[in-house]
Design a protein around this ligand. Structure first.
Ligand code: ADP
Ligand code: MG
Ligand code: MG
Length: 895
């Protein structure tokens, strides 16, 4: 088995075997770029090690052979006391993964080779520089002990940091560079003591032992707890393993003519072309990003070292041309000689993703299909959130984790109860907590945004906020939150209840005071108020271009969930091709509640018919408005779904009111009747109770009234020159007999109303009870279309109460990696998805051409859209704001 590859033997397509870093180092080597020589130990070796707990046969020999050839090539031996070769040991899996072991630099240094290194660095230079050489050698050694200790032997990193801070304090400086060779020699001693204290052994002096221990630590870091959890959540297979790269060291810390930096071939924030990056002279490795000294913009390198600068720019152009995408690069300059240490297709912001994809099409590097690959719906959704207008001088006071995007401004409150009170008065509030728990749920619902000082992206606050689509910044740990005192302090400011803050759930930034909010340009474009042909806004033009291609490619239609004419009209501007779900329950609220109450309490048929007759024209008017807004496009109307007692006052409140009134000797006959009805209708499990089609079968005339209102509205629209295509949807069907009964009655009414007006009304059903999915073949005999109600289907398939579980325990499920994302957010392909697949196949088998759609929240979720495309649905339906996301993803699903 070949376990070790020289850089010259690999290429960028071998990521499975060599990991991302190794594959790209090989690619650069073969392109002729100056990569320090080295080799990659494969993921296969890692897997074999993890399976058996020891290095596989032959690995040691192969490492030896490659090390020897590396030594020959460099003319130096690893850790040689007189003239040492040093190497870095770098992890690199197929996907980069937080929690995995990082990198150990300067492997091969010990008490003796540190002297050789100094001589090497000073060789052939004057005495001043050789003083620098001493310093350099001891600095490299202390770095080795620090990195080796921390990442290979799990010595707490703070101990080393303390020691170096101590050394700087003794020297009266804040700058590492002020520590001279003697200081660093002392620091090495201190580090060795720390190492020995925590590991119970001396720092290993044998170079090959250092190398082997580091390699083994990289292998083992594949199973570090954080890495395991991360993989479970992201559904990265657990058996990929990581590769290990062993690379000859080059030194950016050899003096002012050396340095290290990072570069991007385009701006990863905006996508603009240009030169972006940072450079730090006389530094090694992570110093650039660690922020210990101030970096200079990459452009400055032109002044510092023009030869290296020009060379670097040339390589950047080569790499971008070669990878046909934005690349990010790590490089080091050793005494005027440029070395390339890493490249990869770079991460970028949502806006940059679109802009760059558009530019690359313009430059002829990629085609539009490829451009569609390079962007996604989550990015588009991000670009649609309102933004803070930060052109004035607003400085964030803290930065946490952007846990749920959006821009929220409001008065600070510290308790759920206060949030509810103030919100009820119409005040926008931001709920501030150390962390949230299920008791905060009402406050979270009432708040515009949530701000916590603890917890990450999977904390309770973050998970629940995302589920609710609410702006949330979590883990802003600079905030000192004191809930009992109703205040928090940050950077010398004290913020109390009622003070205004602004939080940005995309960037995680927190501002004091009110930052103005503006709609995003992308939304203005979708609204039609920003013409992509007229604007020179690069993002809008790119979005327009890519959306047009998505629309041209996609097979899935995209409808919207809308209950009012206004929502329908907006969704149509966003590209909706009909309504997939028009809920009718809100049509029973407000001042119509009284009519509904009378309907529910009706003692006689006549009373009931009276109230239904009063509701009929109101419903008809609602439908006319919606049909007009969607003129010519299909509108799926769902007959009433929730249990009727939701339209009555709550039991406890009513009982108290009646008791109080009785006490006062008032006449409470009416209230008592109401109370009796509420008691009668009370259900322990309303979600599994008298709702949906069951209501239609139990309350005579209710569905009939709705069907009549729909048919009459359609006829009216057609009569006045419009076009209406109603589809009546029966909710919560579990057995074909239910649907047959409702349908027989409905067809009679429709025939009577429609006459020869030319209006055609379809009758179909929601598939949201698992039994309906499993008997879809039978149900399709009676249904002209299916619409998957994946919210209820998920709720009933998992047995999760949608209204309770997200706040109660999903955080734990996410933490344990039981699922990577709530099944209410993204369809559970294996379980709920399987029900969808069965129903689609069996439904179509029974009724060829059966129209299939989905109307749950999943209709606007990127991954779910791809799934619905795969199983052959005709359309997805989602909230108006999600329509562009669904259009984009439906297009992406085809390329
Ligand atoms: P990460 O995956 O965290 O970027 P790297 O393996 O790239 O880790 O290494 C961390 C830092 O060390 C980077 O700045 C890298 O450029 C630097 N580095 C790695 N190997 C060498 C080397 N052989 N010579 C000089 N610097 C190196
Ligand atoms: Mg790196
Ligand atoms: Mg439902």
């Amino acid at each position: 088995n070949k376990y070790v590859y020289d850089f010259a033997e690999g290429n960028k397509d071998l990521k499975d075997l060599l990991g991302g870093k190794g594959a790209n180092l090989a690619e650069m080597t073969n392109l002729g770029l100056p990569v320090p020589p080295g080799f990659t130990i494969t993921t296969e070796a890692c897997k074999a090690y993890l399976a058996t707990g020891r290095e596989p046969d032959g690995l040691a020999e192969q490492i030896e052979a490659h090390l020897e050839s590396l030594e020959r090539g460099m003319g130096r031996k690893l850790g040689d006391p007189d003239d040492p070769l040093l190497v870095s040991v770098r992890s690199g899996a197929k996907f980069s993964m937080p929690g995995m072991m990082e990198t150990v630099l300067n492997v091969g240094l010990n008490d003796r080779s540190v002297v050789g290194l100094s001589r090497q660095a000073g060789g052939g230079t004057d005495s001043a520089a050789s003083g620098g050489a001493d310093r350099f050698a001891w600095d490299s050694y202390r770095r080795l002990i620090q990195m080796f200790g921390k990442t290979v032997c799990e010595v707490p990193g703070e101990e080393f940091e303390h020691a170096i801070d101590e050394a700087k304090r003794a020297k009266g400086t804040h700058n590492d560079l002020d520590l001279d060779a003697d200081d660093l020699r002392g620091l090495v001693d201190a580090y060795k003591k720390i190492f020995a204290k925590h590991t119970g052994r001396e720092f290993p002096q044998e170079p090959r032992e250092q190398l082997d221990l580091a390699i083994r630590a990289v292998f083992e870091s594949w199973n570090a707890e954080r890495a395991v959890v991360y993989r479970r959540q992201e559904r990265i297979p657990a058996d990929l393993g990581t590769a290990v790269n062993v690379v000859a060291m080059v030194f950016g810390n050899l003096g002012p003519d050396s340095g290290t930096g990072v570069a991007f071939t385009r701006d990863p924030a905006s996508g603009a072309q240009g030169i972006y990056g940072d450079y730090l002279a006389n530094a090694q490795g992570e110093d650039v990003v660690a922020g210990i000294r101030n970096t200079v913009p990459l452009q400055e390198l032109e002044r510092i070292d023009k030869t290296s600068y020009d060379e670097l720019l040339g390589y950047m152009a080569r790499l971008e041309e070669h990878y046909k995408d934005l690349c990010d690069i790590e490089f080091t300059i050793e005494r005027g000689k440029l070395w390339m240490l890493q490249t990869r297709v770079g991460k970028r912001t949502a806006a940059a993703a679109f802009v760059i994809a558009g530019q690359l099409v313009d430059e002829g590097l990629i085609d539009l299909d490829e451009a569609l690959h390079r962007v996604n719906g989550a990015q588009l959704a991000q670009l649609m959130f309102p933004r803070f207008q930060l052109d004035h001088d607003f400085e964030p006071v803290a930065r946490g984790i952007g846990a749920s995007p959006g821009a929220a401004v409001g008065k600070v409150v510290f308790s759920s109860g206060r949030a509810v009170e103030l919100a009820a008065e119409g005040e926008p509030v931001i709920l501030v907590r150390r962390e949230t728990n299920p008791d905060d749920l009402n406050g979270m619902i009432a708040a515009k945004g949530i701000l916590t000082s603890r917890g990450g992206k999977t904390s309770h606050a973050a998970v629940v906020a995302r589920g609710m689509g609410k702006t949330c910044v979590s883990g802003a740990d600079e905030l000192d939150v004191n809930v009992p005192a109703k205040k928090f302090t940050v950077g010398g400011h004290t913020v109390g209840e009622g003070d205004i803050v602004s939080i940005d759930g995309t960037t995680g930034k927190v501002y004091l005071g009110e930052v103005p909010v503006m709609p995003s340009e992308v939304v203005q474009y979708f609204e039609g108020t920003l013409d992509p042909e007229q604007t020179d806004h690069p993002l809008v033009r790119a979005v327009h271009r890519i959306m047009s291609h998505a629309d041209a490619m996609r097979r899935l239609r995209v409808r919207t969930n809308a209950d009012t004419g206004a929502d329908a009209a907006r969704a149509r501007r966003f590209g909706a091709e009909g309504i997939g779900l028009c809920r009718t329950e809100h049509m029973f609220l407000g001042d119509r509640r009284e009519l509904v109450e009378r309907l529910i309490l009706a003692a006689t048929d006549a009373e009931r018919e009276d109230s239904l007759a009063a509701l009929l024209p109101l419903q008809r008017a609602d439908f006319i408005e919606i049909f007009r807004a969607m003129d010519g496009l299909p509108v799926t109307v769902r007959l009433i779904d929730p249990p009727l007692h939701e339209f009555l006052p709550p039991l406890e409140q009513l009982a108290v009111d009646v008791a109080v009134a009785q006490e006062r000797g008032e006449d409470v006959a009416k209230e008592e009747a109401l109370l009796a009805a509420v008691r009668r209708m009370h259900e322990e499990n309303p979600m599994l109770g008298l709702r949906g089609v069951r209501l239609g079968l139990v309350i005579p005339g209710l569905f009939a009234m709705q069907v009549r209102a729909i048919a009459e509205a359609a006829v009216e629209v057609v009569r006045t020159g419009g076009s209406a295509c109603p589809e009546i949807m029966v909710p919560l069907v579990g057995a074909v007999q239910e649907l047959e009964t409702v349908r027989a009655e409905a067809e009679k009414i429709i025939a009577e109303v429609v006459g020869d007006s030319g209006v055609e009304v379809l009758i179909g059903t929601m598939i949201e009870v698992p039994r309906a999915a499993l008997t879809a073949g039978q149900i399709a005999e009676a249904a002209q279309f299916f619409s998957f109600g994946t919210n209820d289907l998920t709720q009933m398939a998992w047995g999760f109460s949608r209204d309770d579980v997200e706040g109660a325990f999903f955080w734990r499920y996410l933490e344990l990696g039981i699922f990577g994302i709530s099944p209410f957010e993204s369809i559970d392909r294996e379980g709920v998805g399987r029900l969808v697949r069965i129903a689609a196949e069996e439904g179509r088998a029974a009724r060829p051409g059966l129209k299939l759609g989905v109307c749950g929240e999943h209709g606007g979720d990127p991954d779910s859209v791809h799934f619905f495309h795969e199983v052959g649905l005709d359309y997805v339906s989602c909230s108006p704001f999600r329509v562009p996301v669904a259009r984009l993803e439906a297009g992406r699903a085809t390329v």
